[in-house]
Ligand binder design. Structure first.
Ligand code: AKB
Length: 317
């Protein structure tokens, strides 16, 4: 049995991960949320929900005590593009918030999962098959918080024995909750446009490759890393994980196999393009495969088939 708190449970990852954790574990799986993003529907009805603002350490500690929490999934963050417009807030949530989570976890002996990202790399990082251990000099505030978060999480493990673990997520694609303010969001939006029969205006240039992953694989990775045998973990914060890498032309061509009338045009967003250009094309996830058995299930074709099928049901198409 595990008692789990998810901070940021109503976001793109949290809304699905909370449901998966509730279906996986018998203990309390508490959906932590901020009042402006309260849980709705199944998420609200299927288990305990509590207001937990990551910037409020006392609030985190109170909920940890109330439900005897032993594991915290810390999913609170501003995504890359929005973080560039609010860098101080991105730091406050990403790092001051993480310090709160780590301190509460040190005191109350919780394990902690805090995702990192392909955004933790920068333009000086090897671009293709980016190694697990390499140069991380990101140019974005999002990346700065991710690298600092990785270091801080490793520090709390080495110095205080807090069981911190993490994966570097690629762009995540899902038909459930849309992302908000990321650089990889186009790879979600494109499916919505295609299924609705709309022309897609792509903000990212042809030839810009980024790693992407279908949400079911990302959810499984989040659980498997926390279940991994600690004696096998050489790394902790944070593991490269990968499943597919594509540019807008490749995903558009794949969608056309299922929706031949689909059309796309380009209108670059300079903020997002600049960020995308500074990120790797693809990651090498050998360490995750060797240390805890990571293996993706979905490739571009499997994901595209499932996304289109699910969105057609949602939009009655
Ligand atoms: C973003 O685009 O900001 C995120 C990420 C890759 O971390 N999806």
């Amino acid at each position: 049995m595990k008692n789990i708190l998810i901070i940021g449970s109503t976001g793109q990852i949290g809304s699905e991960l909370t449901m998966k954790l509730r279906n996986t574990y018998t203990g309390n799986v508490v959906a932590g949320y901020i009042p402006s993003a309260a849980p709705q529907g199944e998420l609200k009805e299927s288990g305990p929900c509590e207001v937990v603002d990551i910037t409020n350490a006392a609030q985190i500690a109170e909920v940890v005590d109330k439900y005897q929490i032993d594991t915290i999934y810390n999913l609170a963050a501003l995504l890359s593009a929005v973080a560039e417009t609010k860098p101080q807030l991105a730091w406050h949530i990403g790092i001051d918030g993480l310090c709160n989570v780590l301190e509460v976890s040190r005191e109350k002996k919780c394990a902690v999962f805090t995702p990192s990202s392909i955004g933790s790399f920068g333009p000086d990082t090897p671009k293709v098959k980016t190694p697990q251990d390499t140069l991380q000099r990101p140019k974005t505030m999002y990346g700065v918080t991710k690298v600092a978060g990785e270091l801080l999480s490793d520090y709390y493990f080495n110095r205080f024995g807090v069981d911190t673990r993490s994966v570097r997520f690629p762009g995540l694609i899902s038909y459930v909750t849309p992302p908000g303010g990321g650089t990889t969001d186009y790879a979600v939006d494109i499916y919505y446009s295609a299924v609705k029969g709309e022309k897609f205006v792509c903000p990212i240039a042809a030839g810009t490759f980024m790693d992407m992953m279908y949400m079911p694989d990302a959810l499984r990775a989040s659980i498997e890393i926390m279940e991994a045998d600690p004696t096998k973990l050489v790394h902790r914060n944070s593991f490269n994980i990968a499943s597919m890498s594509f540019d807008p032309e490749i995903i558009s061509k794949k969608i056309k196999e299922y929706i031949p009338q689909f059309e796309m045009e380009y209108q670059f967003d300079s903020l997002r393009q600049g960020i995308a250009d500074s990120w790797p094309d693809s990651l090498d996830d050998t360490c995750a495969r060797e240390e805890w058995g990571w293996k993706p299930e979905y490739d571009l074709d499997g994901m595209t088939r499932d996304m289109i099928e699910k969105l057609k049901i949602r939009f009655n198409k």
